[in-house]
Ligand binder design. Structure first.
Ligand code: SAH
Length: 218
């Protein structure tokens, strides 16, 4: 069946993208069809990225599951997302924390941010996800420090401001690499104010992170 959430989740479990009960529950609870344009709703539960607006995409479900697992979320955490899109990933993160804790999500394109806010409000995440319009490569100082930070757009390097806004013991996940090709999904653990342990989670393809510490628009 085309629009089969149950089958999608079974596959994500089978292929090891979903590993924990909290991520399974979050992916099951959040309806992806409520975060995509109307005409694409029949394709909501295919494991594929889908176009949003302005050349942006909603990440594939397996990518959302991987990020959610690797962040090792716990209830009550303070989380920063760069690249809200239509809000789906942020909703899954909030749900994985049982809506206990705060997600700040920065989006540079105003029309997407507004749509995300509307989607998040309608689905019950209006309180636990804050959508901010701006350049996420600068982080979001007002919500800092963060237990977890993740980027859903690919950057040429890891923005220093994000490392700074991370708590000691915190984790940062961000794709780093080519503007239009592949990136390495990097996970960083902040071991002390200026020591970071870095590891690669594998090759990925994300839209470019456009901003002061990302790519230029042209
Ligand atoms: N998290 C989304 C993924 C959206 S695609 C999901 O749930 O599917 C990545 C998003 O990052 C796009 O909407 C793009 O506009 C945004 N983006 C790119 N560079 C950015 C920046 N510097 N600051 C904030 N958002 C950015």
């Amino acid at each position: 069946m085309l629009n089969d959430k149950k089958a999608l989740i079974e596959n994500l479990l089978k292929f090891g993208y979903i590993k924990t009960e909290k991520v399974r529950k979050a992916m099951e609870t959040v309806d992806r069809e409520k975060f995509i344009p109307n005409e694409l709703k029949p394709y909501a539960y295919l494991d594929r990225p889908l176009p949003l607006e302005e050349g942006q995409t909603i990440s594939a479900p397996h990518m959302v599951a991987v990020i959610c697992e690797k962040l090792e979320l716990e209830e009550g955490m303070n989380v920063l997302e760069i690249g809200t899109g239509f809000g789906y990933n942020a909703a899954v993160i909030s749900e994985a924390m049982n809506k206990k804790g705060q997600v700040y999500s920065v989006e540079r394109i105003e029309s997407l941010a507004n749509k995300a806010l509307e989607n998040l409000k309608k689905t019950g995440y209006g309180e636990t996800v804050d959508v901010l319009i701006g350049d996420g490569t600068l982080g979001y100082d007002k919500g800092a420090p963060y237990d977890r930070i993740y980027g859903t757009a690919g950057s040429p390097y890891i923005p220093e401001s994000l490392k700074k806004q991370l708590k000691v013991g915190g984790r940062l996940i961000i794709p780093v690499g080519d503007k239009l090709g592949f990136q390495d999904l990097i996970c960083i653990v902040k071991e002390s104010e200026n020591e970071f342990r870095e590891k690669s989670l594998g090759e990925v393809v994300f839209v470019p992170m456009i901003g002061k510490h990302g790519w230029s628009e042209k």
